[in-house]
Design a protein around this ligand. Structure first.
Ligand code: HEC
Ligand code: HEC
Length: 200
């Protein structure tokens, strides 16, 4: 009698255990998806700023700074020169001062220069841009901490939220996130391990 009951009882217990296990496995999967979704959204908000013209105009993949919302070639054929600060006669600092000039429409911030070619982002995918940015061989030897500091404190980065007027007296567009939002997504993404989501 016990022997006959034994097998169904055994199966019943197994089924019970499997049923009990299921919800917890399921929760873990959902949690991972939520974390990944959150990371994707943080990454994309960060990149919405990085790929904005205010940043991209100084991070071209050639030697010419770009201007305006449609990335026009810089007036007067200005080029990076040997040190990214322009040629002798056309140094960036000759025209670009420490502050925006609201009369002439020349934008300005301390140490105005073109980002080195290894930090060129134009025409790259979000993943490619971020891979470049994270690579100490290409980013000027910056670790994660230094990148966070650069993106939350450097005057050229912060200039994007105070870009002044162009030569026609029109306000330049600011990035789609506020300065404070950008700083918090930068911190959050790096704290989360700086994971580039797949399919970017
Ligand atoms: C006026 C030109 C200029 C603007 C505008 C500018 N940058 Fe840069 N950027 C530079 C220069 C020059 C460097 C290199 C200087 C250095 O490494 O300290 C640089 C370096 C960087 C780096 C270092 C790592 C790397 O691989 O690029 C990051 C990150 C960066 N910029 C982000 C931004 C973001 C984000 C914006 C817009 C919110 C921006 N920059 C706007 C000129 C600019
Ligand atoms: C002869 C003066 C002059 C020199 C030299 C010069 N610029 Fe400019 N730059 C301007 C003027 C004027 C504008 C504004 C154009 C406009 O708003 O239509 C401008 C705009 C820009 C912008 C556009 C910002 C934006 O997002 O729209 C960038 C980037 C820039 N310059 C980078 C540089 C760099 C880097 C150098 C040195 C390699 C340099 N410039 C040298 C006069 C100059």
């Amino acid at each position: 009698m016990y022997k006959i009951l034994g097998i169904p009882l055994f199966l019943l217990i197994i089924t019970f255990i499997i049923k009990r296990e299921k919800p917890s496995v399921h929760t873990i999967v959902i949690k991972d998806t939520i974390i990944q979704k959150e990371n994707d959204s943080i990454f994309n908000r960060l990149m919405d700023v990085v790929t904005h013209q205010r940043c991209m105009n100084c991070h071209p993949n050639d030697n010419i700074p770009k201007q305006g919302e449609e990335a026009r070639q810089h007036i007067l054929n200005i080029s990076r020169g040997s040190n990214d600060k322009g040629f002798e006669a056309t140094k960036c600092a000759t025209c670009h001062q420490k502050e925006n000039n609201s009369y002439s429409g020349v934008p300005g911030a301390p140490h105005w220069a073109l980002a080195p070619l290894s930090m060129g982002w134009q025409n790259l995918s979000r993943r490619q841009i971020m891979e470049r940015m994270l690579d100490p061989k290409l980013n000027g030897g910056k670790d994660h901490k230094a990148l966070v500091k650069h993106m939350t404190e450097d005057p050229l980065v912060l200039w994007a939220w105070n870009p002044g007027v162009n030569i026609n007296g029109e306000m330049r567009e600011v990035p789609p996130l506020s300065e404070e939002e950008f700083k918090s997504v930068v911190l959050a993404w790096f704290e989360n391990g700086a994971v580039i989501p797949p399919n970017q």
